[in-house]
Design a protein around this ligand. Structure first.
Ligand code: SAH
Length: 223
């Protein structure tokens, strides 16, 4: 649960957040747990203070290092897809960024593992999440295309950066009946948000619609 002093006033108040939730419902988000998680999470704490007044608009916003915090609708859609057939226990996220998606997940599942390739974001976000008093998120600085082998298998994997191809370690590290949500397509063009379900040797695929994410980039950046 988010501590009281982070509740916000004015453009970051509960009323402002409630308007965002109403918009997400209008756009078709139905899962009550997901709507609640977005309603109680102070998104303004995940962006620079200068952007705090825009934190409850349904748009992606810059977080530095040419990266963005995802649009709330897309975060809700991905989270809903992951919870669709029962609540997963262990979820791996690739692309920690601001930590917003990881924090939303942490309120809904038992344990979240998240991997970021840019050291500055990794450090900043770890600190932010510690200040929020959340203890069920583990962070790793690495190229997430390789997944996070030591805690595999995962009940769900959420990738928040786009690539032309689905990195095979992410499918390998899925548990049986696990779900993978990933934007696939060229980063400068249209991407499809795909939901994959693994059962035995078979992988089924569903297209959840068009999205726009920053690219999944190889290697890690140490600053
Ligand atoms: N989930 C984030 C969205 C951040 S944008 C949020 O809620 O704020 C995507 C993030 O993916 C960026 O921080 C980017 O640095 C990271 N990223 C891109 N390629 C990556 C890779 N190969 N491994 C790990 N992280 C990667």
């Amino acid at each position: 649960m988010i501590p009281k002093q982070h509740e916000g006033i004015g453009m970051t108040s509960q009323r402002t957040r409630d308007r965002l939730i109403a918009r997400l419902k209008d756009r078709g988000i139905r899962n009550k747990q997901v709507l609640h998680a977005l309603g109680v999470t102070p998104r303004h704490l995940f962006v620079d203070e200068a952007l705090a007044s825009r934190a409850y608009e349904d748009t992606a916003l810059p977080i530095g290092h040419k990266q963005t915090i995802s649009q709330p609708y897309v975060v809700a859609r991905m989270t809903e897809a992951v919870l669709q057939e029962g609540t997963p226990e262990k979820v791996l996220e690739i692309g920690t960024g601001s930590g917003y998606q990881a924090v939303i997940l942490s309120g809904l599942v038992k344990q979240v593992y998240t991997v970021e390739r840019i050291e500055a974001l990794y450090q900043q976000t770890r600190k932010r999440v510690m200040q929020l008093g959340l203890h069920n998120i583990k962070f790793k600085l690495s190229d997430g295309s390789w997944g996070w082998e030591s805690y595999a298998p995962y009940d769900a994997v959420v990738v928040t950066a786009a690539s032309d191809e689905i990195p095979s370690p992410l499918i390998d590290q899925l548990a049986d009946n696990g779900r993978l949500v990933i934007p696939v397509g060229h980063p400068s063009g249209a991407q499809d948000l795909l939901l994959l379900r693994k059962s035995g040797n078979r992988v089924e695929q569903e297209n959840l619609g068009s999205v726009s994410f920053v690219p999944l980039v190889q290697g890690s950046v140490h600053t």
